[in-house]
Design a protein around this ligand. Structure first.
Ligand SMILES: Nc1ncnc2c1ncn2[C@@H]1O[C@H](COP(=O)(O)OP(=O)(O)OP(=O)(O)O)[C@@H](O)[C@H]1O
Length: 858
């Protein structure tokens, strides 16, 4: 039993055909796989890229560095503000006054004015309401207005009210200059101080308050005075030497209606010329404080061309441009990469005029044409930019070439620099058409996208600096050196920015690479773990295979597996292993066989198989029982056909004993088409059965018979063919074969081992001469030890009955053949394993035929 349930093989030696190869030590190359544990890795200090990039390049304490100082261009919409001028009809602004009081009105409206004249001017301007008391424009909220036509237009032309929205801010009529500055100009100034150039342009019809907004009045300082105040307050409050500011002003006006003219509004200003976008000869004045700057501006305003029109007592007749340039002071030797030179440009355009309304004639009319033309070109440039941005396939028209103003402001009008527009309108009902025209023209400009670039191009080449006292410093060498140093500074600045950007890119790439390396390391660790697991499994499998080779010497193990698999249909063959369940299964099968054999054994027989007996004893008992059963069958007149023996060897015998369905087995055998069955073999003697039993593990009986007939096997070479352990059986079989060859088989009970022998013996034997066959001594002994005295029941056909008593032990218990018994006893090493596993074989059942019927047929 132990041999079936447990596969120990203590005396076996496993020989490895392919022993494990020892890993060759690598002496020259280092292992590619890094150490699995991170602690084994050498500590490498990371590159301090973050520390480097976190360094603030601009350490200027005066101007707080902004995170947006070094950055990619940010796209933003053009900011369009709307300011509504209060309804303030001026006294004396009648048509009769036009041209008569031009000089007087200029002096009175110029800012800054003589404080003594302030009272007079303010007294002269009285606020009166419109006759209807209502304006044409209504502020809806901070970003939208509603423009309502006067009742006359509504009736005649069926013009409806229009809503204009999307403004950056709408300043109502009661908005103060400070409010406008804070919301509109202060952000520009802040960016300007951080190195961003910007432009603010005032647009609107004549008399709508553009000049008032830009320059203001002594009581209400405009944007420029407020800008200067903020600049000096913010910059010089902390470090007066950190930056230098320059101011320049010039105007572009009509030259007698034939062309344009640029005039420098600085104290010693003169006519200027323009090359491309650069104005040559423009003087820049260094401004050190607010008062100095204000005096320069006042001087410039006095020089600006103005005239009295029907709509404005002091109407601007030129486009006025004021530039405030910020230059980083490098006297202290500091390198300020984050601060740029920047220019803040404020443009006060001359208001568009309708001839009907202004009543201009002559020079004023020529001026009006120039003003309107410039305003139109300015608008065309912005419209072209808008259309180009909407549809990039549309080329950007070169409208800027049509006026000096637009040529000068080209970068702004092409959206390359930041700018803002303030539309000034009047709210009177008589101003509806002008206001409507401005709003319709300029409101789409809100959709223009602008790139905010932190550069500060030098728009002024060959500028002359003006010292603090207003004297012109026209040293060309100094001017050149200033320009040269500025260029060098810009080059270095650009280089530093480019380097900075490259460093940032490399930092990002480095981080990406580090993350990839981490992933790869993790994958490598996982693969290594898998490799070790597989290697371990392989080792285990090899061990199992070695044991299995030793334990599967007998094929029956496989058949046990097959049966076991059949027993467990859900189990795959490959999974059939030496599991405890399988061992139990085998044990159960063996016990069943033993119990069935015991059941068929004679009650009086003492040959019952006991589990406690050792293997040798079990075998002996087992085969004795088998022999008895064979004898019983023979004694009952039934013979065992040899063709069965050809196929199933001993397994058939055991199977017959272990099955109740003898009839079925026999009928199955009859249906088989075995050629040997045609000859109708007579029954087999117990001796023959014993021989077959002994040969069961060596060769089939049919092959044995064939070999004997063919002289392939003989007494000389038979031992080689037989099992080496069955030495006693060999001698017996040799003798038997010799006797058969010598035709010494006389007794019917001593029928041949196999079909041919049985045929031969039966053919030669006759009832009278059955005892005449002389057997040699050994054979004789064999025959005499067989139970010849067993009675035969000739009429009993086993094949036609299912009575199990046929296979049970007869009443008269035969005495087991001593020789046979001794023969079995001398087979020392037959194990019980085949006895159980033979059940698994494809059994050709033992065929039993009625001898009488057989003889009748023959
Ligand atoms: N918001 C305002 N508050 C008070 N007065 C204003 C305001 N806006 C304009 N004015 C007055 O209206 C008059 C005309 O203004 P301003 O000269 O600025 O118009 P303008 O648009 O510049 O005209 P033009 O294009 O002809 O030069 C000035 O006397 C000015 O003081």
């Amino acid at each position: 039993m132990e041999t079936l349930s447990s596969p120990p093989c203590p005396n076996t030696v496993t020989v490895r055909r392919n022993p494990h190869r020892k890993a060759r030590p690598t002496t020259t190359t280092k292992p590619l796989v890094p150490p699995s544990s991170s602690s084994d890795r050498p500590e490498i200090a990371p590159f301090p890229i973050d520390d480097i990039l976190s360094i603030q390049i601009n350490q200027n304490p005066q101007i707080e560095p902004s995170s947006s100082s070094i950055q990619s261009p940010v796209s933003e919409n053009l900011k369009v503000y709307l300011r509504i001028r209060p309804i303030v009809p001026l006294k004396g602004s009648s048509r009769s006054n036009v041209g008569n009081h031009n000089e007087i009105s200029r002096n009175k409206n110029v800012w800054p004015q003589n404080p003594a004249s302030k009272k007079k001017n303010s007294a002269r301007e009285t606020c009166t309401k419109n006759k209807s008391g209502e304006g044409c424009i209504t502020v809806n909220d901070s970003q939208s207005v509603t423009l309502s036509p006067p009742p006359a237009l509504q009736d005649s032309k069926r013009i409806k009210s229009e809503v204009y929205q999307g403004f950056s801010h709408v300043f109502s009529a009661d908005s103060s200059q400070n409010e406008v500055y804070e919301k509109m100009v202060s952000p520009l100034v802040k960016d300007f101080l951080e190195g961003k150039s910007g432009m603010l342009t005032a647009l609107g019809p004549s008399g709508s308050g553009k000049t008032h907004t830009v320059f203001g009045s002594p009581r209400e300082p405009g944007m420029i005075p407020l800008v200067l105040q903020q600049i000096f307050k913010q910059t010089y409050g902390s470090n007066p030497n950190s930056r230098l500011f320059y101011i320049s002003m010039f105007e572009i006006c009509s030259e007698r209606g034939k062309g344009e003219r640029i005039f420098d509004l600085s104290p010693d200003g003169a006519d200027l010329s323009m090359q491309r976008s650069t104005i040559k000869g423009l003087q820049e004045a260094i401004i050190s404080d607010t008062s100095h700057a204000e005096s320069l501006i006042a001087s410039a305003i006095l020089k600006r061309a103005t005239a009295m029109t029907n709509t404005n007592r002091q109407s601007s007749r030129s486009q006025c441009i004021i530039n405030i340039r910020s230059v980083v002071n490098k006297l202290d030797g500091e390198v300020d990469l984050q601060s740029n030179d920047a220019i803040l440009t404020i443009v006060d355009l001359a208001g568009a005029e309708r001839e009907k309304r202004t009543g201009n004639q002559g020079t004023r009319l020529l001026e009006s044409n120039f003003i309107n033309n410039t305003s139109m070109v300015f608008g065309l440039c912005l419209r072209s930019l808008l259309e180009h941005q909407k549809n990039p396939r549309k080329p950007l028209q070169k409208h800027f070439q049509n006026s000096l103003l637009t040529r000068y402001l080209r970068d702004y009008l092409e959206g390359k620099k930041r700018m803002a527009l303030i539309l000034t309108v009047r709210s009177g009902q008589e101003d509806y058409l002008d206001t409507s025209h401005v709003l319709r023209q300029a409101s789409p400009y809100m959709k223009i996208k602008l790139d905010s670039l932190p550069d500060s191009p030098f728009l002024f080449k060959g500028v002359a600096t003006i010292n603090k006292l207003g004297a012109t410093d026209s040293d060309p060498l100094e001017s050149d050196s200033l320009e040269k140093s500025g260029r060098t500074h810009r080059i270095m600045q650009s280089f530093a920015k480019a380097t900075w950007n490259v460093l940032k890119e490399y930092r990002d790439k480095l981080r990406l690479a580090e993350s990839e390396i981490q992933n790869l390391s993790e994958n490598l660790r996982n693969e290594k773990t898998k490799y070790f697991e597989l290697e371990k499994e392989l080792k285990d499998l090899k061990c199992c295979c070695a044991c299995t080779k030793e334990n599967v010497a007998d094929d029956n193990i496989v058949e046990v597996d097959a049966l076991y698999v059949e027993e467990c249909p859900n189990l795959k063959r490959s999974e059939c292993d030496n599991t405890p369940e399988k061992d139990d299964f085998i044990s159960r099968q063996v016990e069943d066989v033993i119990s069935q054999v015991n059941a068929r054994a004679s009650p009086s027989s003492s040959k019952e198989i006991e589990h406690d007996k050792d293997e040798q004893e079990i075998h002996t008992t087992f085969f004795s029982i088998v022999a008895e059963e064979c004898a019983n069958k023979m004694s009952s007149g039934n013979k065992i056909n040899a063709d069965k023996l050809d196929e199933s060897k001993i397994s058939a015998v055991v199977h017959i004993f272990s099955t109740e369905d003898v009839t079925g087995v026999c009928s199955q055998l009859h249906r088989n088409t075995h050629p040997a069955r045609e000859s109708g073999y007579p029954g087999m003697s117990l001796k023959g059965m014993c021989v077959v039993l002994n040969f069961g593990s060596v060769a089939s009986s049919s092959s044995l018979v064939e070999m004997v007939n063919d002289n392939t096997i003989s007494t000389s070479n038979l031992p080689e063919m037989l099992h080496k352990e069955d030495e006693v059986a060999e001698s017996e079989i040799q003798n038997l074969i010799e006797n058969l060859r010598n035709e010494n088989v006389a007794d019917d009970n001593i029928v041949g081992v196999d079909a041919l022998y049985v045929d031969e013996v039966n053919a030669r034997a006759s009832p009278s001469s059955s005892k005449k066959i002389e057997l040699d001594k050994d054979e004789q002994e064999i025959h005499t030890t067989e139970p010849l005295e067993l009675s035969v029941a000739p009429e009993k056909d086993v094949a036609l009955t299912q009575d199990s008593t046929v296979f049970h032990a007869p009443t008269s218990q035969p005495t087991p053949n001593a020789s046979c018994k001794s023969l079995k006893l001398e087979k020392p090493k037959r194990r019980l394993l085949p006895a159980s596993s033979i059940l698994l074989r494809d059994i050709g059942a033992l065929d039993v035929e009625d001898e009488t019927e057989k003889s009748r047929v023959s």
